[in-house]
Write a protein that binds this ligand. Structure first.
Ligand SMILES: *Cc1c(COP(=O)(O)O)cnc(C)c1O
Length: 378
């Protein structure tokens, strides 16, 4: 079956007892046992929950994977993947990445003997020369945050595998609708389901997806043993979002393309970062490994930090907020908001940068809003 059919049906058969077309929210912490140790579904809900299992089934299906393990946040999914390493291992990660992942690697796992090396992963020669004894994991975000750089997944996967390492792709920005990293050679996909998968800015969640049975077994064990499990209502909300992922992404992209066109022509805009632009440094690889360019756009403004702040505070339809991927348009200043924790590090971002998560509102209203906020004040 094709993507949008799987999004609606995988793991979501009508409920057996009543025929309810939605997966029930199983609010239970434990399960009655038929005899001592004889369980029907599971012994305890940290171990398994039917609503969570349904979410895991659809996530695996969309990423063309055998296994998916759901977590209570994107960062707890990241945490589980890093915990598959052992002290002394090294992680190679990009200069351009989600600040929270960098913070966890350096400020949490640094003290537990996991070393992090930073490189521009869209530059394959730089990746080769940054390789160190002990590099066990390559961590890639593509499109990256906030510059929307594109990494050649197949090339980095080949390099990682030649050297006995695994490749993780954080697929939060693209979603499996636009890109399926496991089919390109990645070993593990990580998601913040908080973003496009949930799609309505009403839930925090995460997932690890893989075809590697050893990784799956370890991550499933960590879900149970560490305990960062999502509640059943949260799982339901993510699943409900996933059902409309295809139509939402189509509209996100359609609107983003119009916003990009308008911003490229605006004199207050110094530079537009969008992988769909032929001027984007990685446009070619974006075209070949993605099925579309997504709904995220970053711009650098003429007039520095002050202009960035004024623009972000001046919109009415675009809401000034962190996060992304919801139906509503959001605007933010990475240097002062999402990427504040990278200040002073190799991941630091310029202060005239503004990041837009283009929503699915009427495009004309979005364009008028941006125009208004960019107009020089009298
Ligand atoms: C938001 C985000 C995360 C973290 O997810 P949470 O659900 O906020 O914990 C990780 N990676 C990327 C790319 C994100 O945008």
């Amino acid at each position: 079956m094709n993507f949008s059919t799987r999004a609606i049906h995988a793991g979501q058969d009508p409920e057996v007892m009543t025929g309810a077309v939605n997966v029930p929210v199983f609010l239970t912490s434990t399960y009655a046992q038929e005899a001592v140790g004889k369980v029907k579904f599971a012994d305890y809900a940290r171990g398994d929950n039917p609503t969570r299992a349904a979410l895991e089934t659809v996530l695996a299906s969309l990423e063309e994977a055998q296994f998916a393990v759901a977590f209570s946040s994107g960062l707890s999914a990241v945490d589980a993947v890093i915990r598959t390493l052992t002290p002394g291992d090294r992680v190679l990660m990009s200069t351009d990445a989600y600040g929270g992942t960098y913070r966890m690697l350096t400020k949490v796992f640094g003290a537990w003997g996991i070393h992090t090396d930073i490189v521009d992963i869209s530059d394959i020669d730089a990746v080769k020369s940054s390789w160190r004894e002990g590099t066990a994991l390559v961590w890639v975000e593509t499109p990256s945050n906030p510059f929307l750089r594109i990494v050649d997944i197949a090339a980095v996967a080949a390099l990682a595998h030649e050297n006995g390492a695994k490749l993780v792709v954080d697929n939060t920005f693209a979603t499996p609708y636009l890109q399926t990293p496991l089919t390109l050679g990645a070993d593990i996909v990580v998601h913040s389901t908080t973003k496009y998968l949930g799609g309505h800015s009403d839930v925090i969640g995460g997932a690890v997806v893989t075809n590697d049975p050893d990784v799956a077994e370890r991550v499933k064990f960590l879900q149970y043993a560490v305990g960062a499990v999502p509640g059943p209502l949260d799982c339901y909300l993510v699943m409900r979002g996933i059902r409309t992922l295809g139509v939402r992404m189509d509209r996100h992209q359609e609107n983003a393309a119009k916003v990009v066109e308008m911003l490229c022509a605006h004199p207050q805009v110094e530079r537009v970062w969008y992988p769909g632009l032929t001027s984007h440094p990685n446009h070619g690889i974006a075209k070949s490994q993605m099925r579309g360019f997504g709904g995220m756009v970053s711009i650098e403004l003429v007039g520095g930090a002050q202009a960035a702040r004024q623009f972000a505070e001046g919109t009415m339809v675009f809401t000034l907020a962190e996060s992304l991927g919801g139906v509503e348009s959001l605007i933010e200043v990475p240097a002062l908001m999402t990427h504040l924790s990278t200040s002073g590090s190799l991941l630091e971002v310029p202060d005239n940068l503004v990041r837009l998560s283009v929503g699915i509102e009427d495009a004309d209203d979005l364009l008028a809003d941006l125009h208004e906020a960019l107009s020089p004040r009298a």
